[in-house]
Design a protein around this ligand. Sequence first.
Ligand code: AMP
Length: 753
Amino acid sequence: MSLHTNTAFLHLVILCFPLALTLTIANTKPNCQSKCGNLTVPYPFGIGVGSGCSMSPWYDVNCDASFAPPRPFIASGNLEIVSITGDALRIKSWVAARCYDASGNITRQNRVLINITGSPFAFSQRNSFTVIGCDEQALLNFNGFGALGFTSGCISICSDRADLGAGDCSGVGCCQTAIPKGMQLMNSFLGTTTGHVSVWSFNPCGYAFLGDPTSYSFAPSDLADPGFQNRTVDNVGLVLDWAVGNQSCSEARKSEDFACLDNSDCVDSDMGAAGYRCRCSQGFQGNPYLSPGCTDVNECETNPCDENGICTNVEGSYACSCKKGYLGDGTRDGHGCIAKSSEFPVIKFSLGLSFGLLAIVIAMTWLFVSVRRRALINLRQKFFKQNGGLLLQQQLSSNEKTMKSMRIFSAEELENATNNYAEDRILGKGGFGIVYKGLLHDPQQVVAIKKSRVMDESQMEQFINEVIILTQVHHRNVVKLLGCCLETEVPLLVYEYVKNDTLFHHIHNSGGMPWFSWGNRLRIAVEAAGALAYLHSAAAKPIIHRDVKSPNILLDEYYNAKIADFGASRLVPIDQTMATTLVQGTLGYLDPESFRTCQLTEKSDVYSFGVVLAELMTARKPLSNTNNDREKSLSTFFVTAMKENRLFQILDPRVLREGSLEQLQAIAEIVKRCLKLHGEERPTMKEVAMELESLRKFSRHPWIQQQVEEESVGLMNGELSDLYTISMNSEISMGPHNSGTTPLMYPREHTEN
Ligand code: AMP
């Protein structure tokens, strides 16, 4: 009985390769033999033991030329290399065998021990331990028995050949077991239960080998095949893992000996021990261990783009585009390349059309905006002219100071101030237009805005008239004009806001209000008279109001009188004492003489003021709804009552209560004189104002005085004040003769006694 053991020692190397690539590395160190028999040997392996063609002696390949063709072995050992591909080194497998005779005696046996300890190689887990036989118990021991060793194996027992199936090693006549990772020393043992006696007729031998199971396919005939061992050694390969160095990639990178050259990646060894392999980065090829490292793959050579695409090689990759006349990304698995054909002109046409339309829209918008702007300017100019702007400009330009005090408002500003002329902002309606309450924002100020009705020639004249007069008059008892707006269809005048309504309203609606005492009525009369006297006495061009009436006397927050509505007023040239004009005014207040003669004098205002005074004393309206002619007109009614000595019967009871009889009688006399049919017989406004003022000052009963004072206190506390002053300390700026030289016709200030 011969018994021998096949042992393989090795010190050797394999090649390193991209894991994903099964390319054979063809690069050999310069001046080194690249092939041994049919095997191409890439660096870091090199042919010739000690030739210096490998990276280290472990990777030397002994090319035994005694064979024909020569056969490659790992270093000086007896492990024959089959292939060096990718990340694996494939060597010829070794098969352990044991044969028996019919009585169960061993006739031949060989054990296999492969020891690659200390080398950069290890048995790959791609191998399996395979046992063939029907009475076999095979053990596989790694790394020796003891602390570091492992033993596994498998048993294959069968009794009938008919049970054996072909193809796979399923446990009947053949069993397989996996191996642990990183093993470098293996020892196989075969054993038997009965010495094959019962199966000897179809299975005289048992076999065991470590190798790549994909390269072996079990056949029942193998159990009795005397050539099984050699056939298996020739056909089944044993796969070895390998690595470079004894460090991990991260450690090796720091060292000068790092083996991975340009354009390559480092992969940690999967052998369970330290060490690494190099592989070319994606898009590169070559030998990563050999200078100059990996070089760019020209992917375009393999035509990776669409058939109508253009391939452009770039470092590590490639780019696809489409030929002229095609659209797309040019890739094979993307959108490829589609002929532009008819699609392109449509896109071109659509783009052209869109741009064209856009250009037309922009041009039309621009044109529209320009035309509108022009039209708006023209309209504003038209309105400006229509609203008498030119005339106004002419009139005002002669007086720079006046111009400065006037503010020109924009239409928008006044629209905002009145909330677009909202109904609830209406303060009142006059003959000339509607008056709105407005709130200006810059600076914040409450104002009254008069919006005239659609204008005819005469109304336009009235409007200009009011502007011209009011810009020249500055008196505390004349409502102040702040500015105007001419760019709207109808002109707009902006006045100081006078809070407490008209005198008419207070006489006829709230006669019972505590503040509306006789004393306050008289004060208001004195203030109104003073303002009218001031207008009449202006040196350059006296002003005749022409529409003096209680609705045109406004009352401010302290119930001070403010003469308003100068639409009908006239400037009378200084050398003329009267002017001929159309009769204007309000029935009931209208001077009958000027009505008859069409002559305009200051005395017309005196007449109207007489009516207002009568209104204050009697609290009667200037025209009553009565059939009695004598009572219809307040002026006739008052004068008749005076004649008939019935004054005290027609007076307002509160007036009668609060005024002294002498005072009332004296004031009634003034009224009577004001209401004279002939203007010449009437006093001037100056005389009226002075007389009223002196009557107000000196003719008061002590008990009335006390009551007035009480009322004054009450008014002051409750937002109202009773100002007993009359001031002519106002300016009239009507020309060079007069500026700042207002005659002091009355005491500047009067204090209540
Ligand atoms: P007129 O057109 O001037 O007669 O004004 C018509 C009405 O508007 C008057 O009766 C007042 O009620 C009111 N009004 C006119 N001007 C002002 C003003 N400056 N402040 C407050 N209300 C005013």
